[in-house]
Design a protein around this ligand. Structure first.
Ligand code: NDP
Length: 246
């Protein structure tokens, strides 16, 4: 397989899998990092075919990131696109949050992006139009109850995006793609959306009157990584059906 290389953290299921799939369609080879769900990783491998590799790596663990980056660059060469998508929610009232709850969420959502970006940037600079896309969340802007760790991590990721856009320019563009309510297994379970009443209540708050599809986020990623987005840098692109209008 030829074509530029893309790395997608959390690229084996949910939004990340759709992003991996879109990058493959755009002619990239894709290395997806995942944490522990071997079943989803295997399903992605057999569905997405030869240009796709899934590699286990806890992005919150510095040594694992170093080892994974060493392996993937040795096997696949330099990297053009990095998508920091791996994400974790542990929702609890603030005073019930344990140290572990805090560190697991900040570690995956924010430190993970730091570690992976720091390790990959030296392998990206020489590429043609290299791009980093961080996957934020609307709750990084608008807080929600029981989500202090998650909201803080996503707010931090947005500011990290801007700092990187400044420091890595003009070599690498860095943007934050911000999904609204996107229908993944994780979201459906967390918000009890199999219950038609709960689902309707959520949909009523969205001007587009539907949940987002993972393909809606993939389409926005395509814009950011293609030449169409080549003058877009340090921005957040919110894809939420108009739920919040900042
Ligand atoms: P999922 O829970 O469906 O998938 C999460 C992915 O991240 C999995 O592949 C998982 O691997 C991986 N992951 C989790 N922790 C780690 C880790 N420590 N190291 C490496 N990989 C890890 O999430 P979604 O697809 O719903 O969300 C994707 C991103 O979009 C997240 O950043 C999320 O915060 C953000 N987002 C999602 C929204 C939505 O509506 N769905 C809304 C706003 C933001 P494994 O399979 O092995 O567990």
């Amino acid at each position: 397989m030829t074509g530029p290389l893309a790395v997608v953290s959390g690229g084996t299921r949910g939004i990340g899998r759709a992003l991996s799939e879109r990058l493959l369609k755009l002619g990239h080879r894709v290395v997806a990092l995942y944490h522990a769900n071997e079943e989803e990783a295997e399903a992605a491998r057999s569905a997405l075919g030869p240009g796709f590799t899934a590699l286990a790596c806890d992005v919150s663990a510095s040594a694992e990131v170093t080892a994974a980056v060493r392996t993937l660059t040795a096997n696949h060469g330099p990297v053009r696109v990095l998508v920091n998508n791996a994400g974790l929610n542990v929702d609890k009232p603030f005073l019930d949050l344990t140290d572990d709850d805090w560190h697991a969420v900040l570690g995956t959502n924010l430190t993970g992006a730091f570690l992976l970006t720091r390790a990959l940037v030296p392998h990206m600079r020489a590429q043609s139009d290299p791009v980093i896309v961080n996957i934020g969340a609307t709750t990084g802007i608008r807080p929600r109850v029981n989500g202090a760790n998650y909201c803080a991590s996503k707010a931090g990721l947005m500011q990290l995006t801007k700092c990187l856009a400044l420091e890595l320019a003009p070599d690498i563009r860095v943007n934050c793609l911000v999904p609204g309510m996107i229908e993944t297994e994780e979201l459906v379970t967390r918000f009890h959306l199999r219950d038609p009443v709960a689902r309707e209540r959520v949909i009523e708050e969205i001007p587009q009157r539907r949940l987002g599809h993972t393909d809606d986020i993939a389409a926005a990623l395509e814009f950011l990584v293609n030449s169409a987005g080549s003058y877009v840098n340090g921005q957040r692109l919110i894809v939420d059906g108009g739920q919040f209008m900042w």
